[in-house]
Design a protein around this ligand. Structure first.
Ligand SMILES: *[C@@H]1O[C@H](CO)[C@@H](O)[C@H](O)[C@H]1NC(C)=O
Ligand SMILES: *[C@@H]1O[C@H](CO)[C@@H](O)[C@H](O)[C@H]1NC(C)=O
Ligand SMILES: *[C@@H]1O[C@H](CO)[C@@H](O)[C@H](O)[C@H]1NC(C)=O
Length: 620
C-alpha cells in the first residue's frame, strides 16, 4: 500500500515536472485567459448596456464616485474629476455657441498635450461630435489633406500652431471652415479666439439629447496613421474600439490608486486610448506632460508619486542613455506600459531604475489584433494563447523583402512561415476583429486588405509588420515591411517621402529607405537618387524643400547620389542592397550628404561624421 502511494507520488511529481517543462507558461496562460475573459464579459456588458455606456459615461460615473480626486496634473496645475467635468461642459457650450454645429459633425483638433485637449475630448463627446485628431508635426498640404479627408467643419488649434494654421487659412476659409485658436484674443482675420470663450462659458451640464443618436458603432475619432508626409490616413475609431483599448490598463492590473504618467502625444492611440481613456476607466490620476523630456522624467515621477509610466522604445533608450544618478531608483514607478522596447534596453532599464513590471504590447490603431506580454519573457512583444487563436485568427506568412512582395504558391495562396522564422503578420477580418478602414479613402482601405490568403474569399488585414514567433507562442517584432520604416515612434512611408523629393527639379529617380544606426530604435531615413542630365545636387535647395514639406521624423538624414537606379526584373527599385550599404562612407560610393540643421543645409558626409555618429557624439 505504502509503496503504491509512494510510486503514485513519484509518478505524479514526474508528470508535474514534465508538464511544467513542456508548458512552462501554462499557469500564466490560464491566469491571463481568465482576465481576458473577464475583460470580454465587462466589455460585452458595457456594450449592451441600455442606455448606451461610453467612456464618457464612465467618466461621469468617476466624477460621481470621487469628484475631488485629482484627474489631470499638468505642470503646476491640478484638475479634479469634478473640475474637468466642469471644464468640459464649458468647452462644449462654447463650441456649440460659436461654431455652427450639428450632431455627428466632425471637428478637427490640432493640439499638443495640454489640459484643454482633455476638456475638448470629453466636451465634444458630450455634444456627439466626431473628432479628427491631427498630428501636430504636419503642416501645409498634408495638414489640409488630413483635414479634408474627414470632412471636418471646424478646426481648433493650439495657440502654438498659429503660423501652421495661417499657412492653410485661405484654403480653409474658401471651404467655409470655422477656424479657432486656443488663445484669449486673436487679431488675424478669419481666425477666432476660443480660450476666452471657453473660460467664460457656463459650466452646467450638457444635455443628453445632443448625443442621443450615438451608438457603439458610431465613430468618435479619426486617428491618423503616422504616415508621413503627403498623405497620412485617417483611421476610423468607433466607440466600441475605444472601449477595447481602454481595457489594456485593466488587463495589466493597474490599480485604482495608481498614478499614470503620459508623455506620449494624445493624438495617437497609445496616449489617448490606452493612456488617458484607460485612466478614466480605472478612475486614476494622470500626470500629463507636454513633451517627453529626459531630464525632467524622473523629477516628474518623484514629484507626483507616479506609479505607472507609458513608453515607446525610444523613451526607454533615451532614459538609459542619460548619465547615471544616485537618485535613479528613488521613485515609486512600479510598471511601464508601452511598445517597441528592445531586449537589451529592457534589461538595462529594469536593473538601473528598478522598475519591476514591464508590460509590452503590440497593436496599431489601424490594426485588428493586439498581443500582450503577460508572462515575463524578455524581448517579446506578446504571447499568443489559445483564446487569441480562436477569436482572432492570424498568421505569419512568407514575404520576400528583396522585391517587397508576398510569396504566393502555385495555387495563388499565401504560405505560412515555419515556427521561428520571420513573416508578415496578417489577421483575419471578422466580426470580432473588424477593420473600419480610413475615412474618405476607400483606395487605401482596400490596399490594407489581402484577399484569398488561405482560401477562396477570405480577407485578412496586412499589418505591415514582420514578426517572428517561437515554439512557445512568444511573438517578436522584427521590422516593418520595406515600404515603411519606423523612426521616433512614427511610421514613415517611403513612397510619400520619395514623392516629395522627386519634386526637386534636379532629381531623377528616388529610392527611400531606412537604415539602422547603433544606439537608436527603428531606422533613420535615407534617400538614394539619380540626378537629371547635367545637373548638380543643390544642398541648400534640397534642405529647404525637405524641411518645408516633410515633418522632422520623415526627412531623410542621408542622401546618396547614384549613377543609375538598380531595378528588378519587374522594374521595381531594389532597396535591400542599398539598405545593407547603409551610410558608411567606406562602403558607399560618394557623393553622400548629411542633413545638418545647424547649417540649414545638406553637407558632404565624411568619415569623421560617420565616427561621430557611431560613437554617439552626433545624436538624432
Ligand atoms: C460622425 O459620426 C456620426 C455618428 O455619430 C456619423 O453618422 C457620421 O457619418 C460621422 N461623420 C463622418 C464625417 O464620418
Ligand atoms: C507623494 O507621497 C508622499 C508620501 O507618501 C506624500 O507626502 C506627498 O504628499 C505625495 N505627493 C503628491 C503630489 O501626491
Ligand atoms: C514581459 O512581461 C514580464 C512580466 O511582467 C516582464 O517582466 C517583462 O519585462 C516583459 N517583457 C517585455 C519585453 O516587455
Amino acid at each position: 500500500m505504502e509503496t503504491l502511494s509512494a510510486v503514485l507520488a513519484v509518478v505524479g511529481l514526474m508528470f508535474m515536472v514534465y508538464f511544467y517543462v513542456k508548458f512552462p507558461y501554462f499557469l500564466h496562460d490560464c491566469a491571463f485567459a481568465v482576465r481576458s475573459l473577464r475583460t470580454r464579459t465587462r466589455r460585452m456588458r458595457f456594450r449592451r448596456r441600455v442606455p448606451l455606456y461610453t467612456v464618457l459615461d464612465c467618466f461621469l460615473d468617476a466624477v460621481h464616485r470621487h469628484p475631488h480626486k485629482a484627474f489631470i496634473v499638468f505642470e503646476d496645475d491640478v484638475y479634479t474629476y469634478l473640475q474637468v467635468d466642469h471644464w468640459s461642459n464649458r468647452a462644449a457650450h462654447a463650441v456649440l455657441k460659436h461654431a455652427d454645429l450639428h450632431e455627428g459633425d466632425t471637428i478637427a483638433l490640432l493640439l499638443g498635450n495640454e489640459p484643454y485637449f482633455v476638456f475638448l475630448w470629453l466636451g465634444l463627446m458630450k455634444i456627439g461630435c466626431n473628432m479628427s485628431l491631427l498630428n501636430t508635426n504636419i503642416q501645409g498640404r498634408s495638414l489640409l489633406h488630413c483635414f479634408l479627408c474627414c470632412e471636418a467643419k471646424v478646426l481648433i488649434a493650439g495657440a502654438e500652431y498659429r503660423s501652421t494654421v495661417c499657412e492653410v487659412l485661405p484654403e480653409l476659409r474658401e471651404r467655409g471652415v470655422h477656424v479657432f485658436l486656443l488663445c484669449d484674443n486673436c487679431d488675424v482675420d478669419g481666425l477666432q479666439a476660443l480660450k476666452d470663450k471657453i473660460d467664460s462659458s457656463d459650466d452646467g451640464p450638457v444635455s443628453h439629447t445632443l448625443r442621443a443618436n450615438i451608438n457603439m458603432r458610431s465613430p468618435v475619432a479619426y486617428i491618423y496613421t503616422s504616415g508621413t508626409t503627403g498623405l497620412p490616413k485617417a483611421g476610423v475609431v468607433l466607440h466600441e474600439r475605444i472601449w477595447g483599448g481602454t481595457f489594456f490598463q485593466y488587463l495589466f492590473d493597474v490599480k485604482h490608486d495608481d498614478v499614470i504618467y503620459i508623455p506620449l502625444p494624445l493624438y495617437h492611440a497609445a496616449g489617448l486610448i490606452i493612456g488617458l481613456n484607460g485612466a478614466i476607466e480605472r478612475g486614476i490620476t494622470v500626470v500629463l506632460r507636454r513633451k517627453f523630456s529626459v531630464s525632467q522624467f524622473w523629477n516628474d515621477c518623484r514629484k507626483h508619486n507616479v506609479t505607472v509610466i507609458q513608453y515607446i522604445g525610444e523613451i526607454m533608450r533615451y532614459l538609459c542613455n542619460a548619465p547615471k544618478r544616485e537618485t535613479d531608483r528613488q521613485h515609486k514607478v512600479r510598471m511601464a506600459i508601452g511598445n517597441g522596447l528592445r531586449a537589451d534596453v529592457w534589461q538595462e532599464f529594469q536593473h538601473r531604475f528598478g522598475v519591476k513590471n514591464i508590460r509590452e504590447f503590440y497593436g496599431a490603431s489601424d490594426g485588428n489584433t493586439a498581443f500582450l506580454n503577460y508572462t515575463g519573457k524578455v524581448g517579446a512583444a506578446g504571447k499568443v494563447n489559445f483564446l487569441q487563436k480562436k477569436f482572432s485568427p492570424h498568421a505569419l506568412i512568407q514575404y520576400d523583402t528583396d522585391i517587397q512582395e508576398l510569396v504566393r504558391n502555385s495555387r495563388g495562396r499565401c504560405v505560412p512561415v515555419p515556427t521561428g522564422e520571420t513573416g508578415l503578420l496578417v489577421c483575419k477580418i471578422t466580426k470580432i476583429t473588424p477593420f473600419e478602414g480610413y475615412a474618405g479613402d476607400p483606395q487605401q482601405t482596400e490596399k490594407k486588405k489581402l484577399h484569398n490568403v488561405f482560401e477562396e474569399g477570405d480577407v485578412y488585414l496586412n499589418s505591415g509588420d514582420l514578426m517572428r514567433m517561437d515554439h512557445q507562442g512568444f511573438i517578436y517584432f522584427q521590422d516593418r515591411v520595406g515600404d515603411t520604416f519606423r523612426w521616433k515612434g512614427e511610421n514613415v512611408a517611403t513612397t510619400e517621402v520619395a514623392d516629395v523629393i522627386s519634386e526637386l527639379d534636379f532629381v531623377g529617380d528616388v529610392n527611400v529607405y531606412g537604415v539602422k544606426v547603433s544606439g537608436h530604435e527603428g531606422r533613420v531615413g535615407m534617400a538614394a537618387l539619380t540626378l537629371q542630365d547635367k545637373q548638380q545636387f543643390d544642398c541648400k535647395k534640397a534642405f529647404n524643400h525637405v524641411t518645408r514639406f516633410l515633418p522632422a521624423y520623415a526627412r531623410p538624414r542621408f542622401i546618396r547620389i547614384l549613377r543609375s537606379m538598380e531595378l528588378t526584373g519587374t522594374f521595381k527599385q531594389v532597396k535591400m542592397s542599398l539598405m545593407k550599404d547603409g551610410f558608411d562612407p567606406e562602403r558607399v560610393t560618394p557623393p553622400i550628404y548629411f542633413l545638418q540643421e545647424s547649417s540649414e543645409s545638406y553637407i558632404p558626409f565624411t568619415p569623421t561624421h560617420y565616427h561621430a555618429i557611431i560613437s554617439g557624439e552626433i545624436c538624432f
